[in-house]
Design a protein around this ligand. Sequence first.
Ligand code: SF4
Length: 358
Amino acid sequence: MESPLSRDARGLSKALVGWFHSSKRDLPWRRNRTPWRTWVSEVMLQQTTVDTVAPRFEAFVTQFPDPHSLAAASDDAILAAWAGLGYYRRIRSLRDGARSCVEAFGGEVPRTQAALMKLPGVGPYTSGAIASLAFGEPVAAIDGNVGRVASRLLGIRVDPSTAKGRKSIESELIPLIPKDAAGAFNEALIELGALVCKPSFADCGRCPIRDWCVATDGDPMHYPLKRARKASVAVRCVRAFVPDGCHVWTTRIPDGQRLAGFQELPGRWLAPGESADTALQGVLGSLGFSEVSVGDTVANCHHVITHHRIEVSVHRVEARPPQVSGGSLARIERSLLSSASVTTETRKVARYLLKDRR
Ligand code: SF4
């Protein structure tokens, strides 16, 4: 049977784009759209809400107005500029992409999805978003929002977060993208997913494309196919507060690990049944400390990372520091324990530790 979509793709895009122009939110990256601003905004918006990103966007692109400026920035500068946005791997990856853009394209953001995909950290969604929104290339940009809307619109019950699911949506969506309004069409799908066709409620009554939507024949909540959620695991983490005058000993997280470049108090997750004393003796010994004496708990906090609920306890420790420090060992002023150069977990416990002046 011929679907309403194949009969009237033009009508669908007209209704969708018309709705977008009359209903879209006024967001900073939509004013003065440039390829670089589009790239930055798409990276910032990954796993972070519009409400969090909107007040931060202009300051970031003012500090880093083009790929050249970000490519030349130091670790400390980019981490400070990204502070509070979370998922810090993104800013390193954006800088890697900016460096590659400078080296391979003279700092001009590539115009096609194929060229954009050659940049490190730029995947199918980001490349599709930049190519279509900034350059008008008729390619798909399928993130979680668009995957859900398209799954319902097209009646394809797949998981859009998998490569296979995204491919099957993409193959049916691309023929619907108008060549003369690819950016507005894609951005309208993003906006529709944010405002109308939401994960837990599809407001079909006020949807501009309901006449074309396959999911309205049944229950839209039936789409898309959802991946089974991984249960979260409780873990215990122990850390050492080793004061040294006005300073505190820390470790810098090495390259290649999550939160690389940030400092945190020395410590690690505990194995089942393991004591804090055993773990901290081992950690501090491996860093070159001697005469380690693990004292009472001076701070506790709870912290959540993806599938882990972490109970953190910080112990005061007396120890003789190594004669020669190096490797991941670092030392910062106590007051900087609540600064942007440390992990969020460290900042959480810092409010207790900064009161401890002994
Ligand atoms: S009609 Fe309903 S299910 Fe279909 S796209 Fe619109 S809001 Fe989503």
